[in-house]
Design a protein around this ligand. Structure first.
Ligand code: PLP
Length: 397
């Protein structure tokens, strides 16, 4: 039977100390033991169910991590204080000095900057490729390659990664495939498609409230244990642990994720069709003419649609700015970076979340300076939202 991410979450039974329907929040940094030996065993990872120190594990974080692992179908997960903490910790755990990464050139700008500007300090080099060009991925692999890195749906071009094909290449060369699934939780399940490690910015759809930054790493028990090893685990030693008060909030929001993803997708599809009919240069993976449409169909869970992200090309950054200002004024949503919020958010990617990517690379990858990325909200009356967008378009003429 196919793995159903929403059922996997629904069937989790997690209670609080007094039978509370929500697990108790543990707001302690440290934990006491009755016997010194148990503490020593816990340090060596040999005492089941015992907690040592909250940079390592906290019960509230464990509840959230267990739900994430259930959703992803991975053995384990670990939660971090931001999406970037998840990405950087997982990469630094896997790569040593002298190693090489093959990455999609269209990734979140912070990830691009980490690979392009920061990792060379440790003599870790990255070759950026068009991740939809499998021959280019293969060609970029060297004997030093440790990792193929991509996003299921890339930021901001909304390309669709062929995860089974990338996993086959990774397995052939004995390297790890790491996938950022921030744009498509529940819709795409990278681990079930062959990815070895899945990372998230939970700041986005998973939490859905825009009230905190958070991240997650999902993978094998062996990998998660290595991350928090007291002697050489990147997460344990760099210390990007999530605050348990935040994790308890995210945990509750995860129980509505399936409904939210359906509504984001439904609204995005509605707007995409209207925008196409209006003659706009639109990119949405749910439209048949999108280059990744068929691949997306072959690997998505259709119950949750094609996601809440779409983009339109306003050609110049000046037109993009004016359009966004008008939309904010006419209550379409907010001119803001980030995504996965209950309100629609829009931003000009080249000047914001991809501004770390040099102009010439933006140009080469096909990122127009006028690209406006939308994270479509949970609007009940999306027809009314479209009418407002149309009004703004008329004002642009
Ligand atoms: N991955 C993707 C696809 C993103 O869009 C972002 C942030 O915008 C991140 C990772 C980084 O996440 P965070 O801001 O939670 O550190």
């Amino acid at each position: 039977m196919k793995h159903d991410p929403s059922r996997a979450i629904f069937e989790m039974k997690q209670f609080g100390e007094f039978g509370d329907v929500n697990p108790s929040i543990t707001d302690s940094a440290t934990y006491t033991f009755l016997q010194a030996k148990t503490m020593a065993d816990t340090f060596h990872g040999e005492a089941e169910g015992c907690f040592l120190y909250s940079r390592h594990w906290n019960p509230s974080n464990k509840y959230l991590a267990d739900v994430l692992a259930a959703m992803e179908g991975t053995q384990e997960a670990w939660v971090t204080a931001s999406g970037m903490a998840a990405i950087t910790s997982a990469i630094l755990q896997l790569c040593n000095a002298g190693d090489h990464i093959v990455s999609s050139v269209t990734t979140y700008g912070g990830t691009f900057a980490f690979m392009q500007n920061y990792l060379p300090k440790f003599n870790i080099k990255t070759t950026f490729v068009d991740i939809t060009d499998l021959a280019a991925v293969r060609k970029a692999i060297t004997p030093d390659t440790k990792l193929i890195y991509t996003e299921s749906m890339t930021n901001p071009l909304l390309q669709i990664s062929d995860i089974p094909a990338l996993a086959a290449i990774a397995n052939e060369y004995n390297v790890i495939l790491m996938v950022d699934n921030t744009f498509t939780p529940m819709i795409i399940q990278p681990a079930a498609l062959g990815a070895h490690v899945v990372v998230y910015s939970m700041t986005k759809f998973i939490n859905g409230k825009n009230d905190c930054v958070a991240g997650a790493i999902c993978g094998s028990r062996e990998f998660i244990s290595s991350l928090i090893d007291v002697n050489n685990g990147t997460a344990m030693l760099l210390g990007p642990a999530l605050d348990p008060l935040r994790s308890s909030g995210i945990l509750k929001n995860m129980h509505t994720l399936h409904i939210r993803m359906q509504q984001h997708s439904k609204n995005a599809m509605y707007l995409a069709v209207k925008m196409k009919e209006a003659g706009l240069k639109i990119s949405y993976p749910g439209l048949p003419e999108h280059k990744g449409h068929e691949i997306m169909k072959s690997q998505m869970n259709p119950d949750f649609g094609f996601g809440g992200m779409l983009s339109i090309d306003m050609v110049t950054s000046e037109r993009a700015s004016r359009f966004m200002e008008l939309m904010e004024m006419h209550d379409v949503g907010y001119l803001a970076v980030s995504l996965g919020y209950f309100k629609t958010l829009f931003s000009n990617s080249g000047k914001s979340t991809s501004s770390e990517v040099p102009q010439e690379v933006q140009h080469d990858m096909g990122l127009s300076e006028g690209l406006v990325r939308f994270s479509v909200g949970l609007d009940h009356d999306i027809e009314h939202t479209w009418n407002s967008i149309e009004k703004c378009l008329k004002m642009m003429e």
